[in-house]
Design a protein around this ligand. Structure first.
Ligand code: ZN
Length: 92
């Protein structure tokens, strides 16, 4: 049977505001496609604007590895260029 089941867990990812340090970035429903497609967020405390590649909050599912992970080679997958996100001051 090709289908296999594994134990997993849910990871809930929020984006804390870098500007005020207390607010959370909330997805506005808008996007920007210049120069790269990004989701527009606004801080719920200080109204700073964030353009990110994901719409936060992000929910991810992770497979839980049952056998111990052997240390050593850890390959980081960096295929995308440019900053992962950019933060802008609040518009006046
Ligand atoms: Zn803020």
């Amino acid at each position: 049977m090709p289908e296999k089941q594994y134990p997993g867990r849910v990871v809930y990812i929020e984006f804390d505001c870098d500007k005020c340090g207390t607010g959370k970035m909330v997805y506005t429903g808008g996007q920007t496609d210049h120069p790269v497609f990004k989701f527009v967020h606004v801080c719920n405390q200080c109204s700073a604007v964030l353009h990110a590649k994901h719409a936060y909050p992000v929910v991810q599912f992770e497979k839980v590895e049952m056998k111990p992970v052997s240390g050593g080679k850890k390959k980081e997958s960096k295929t995308e260029s440019g900053p992962f996100y950019e933060i802008h001051p609040a518009p006046h």
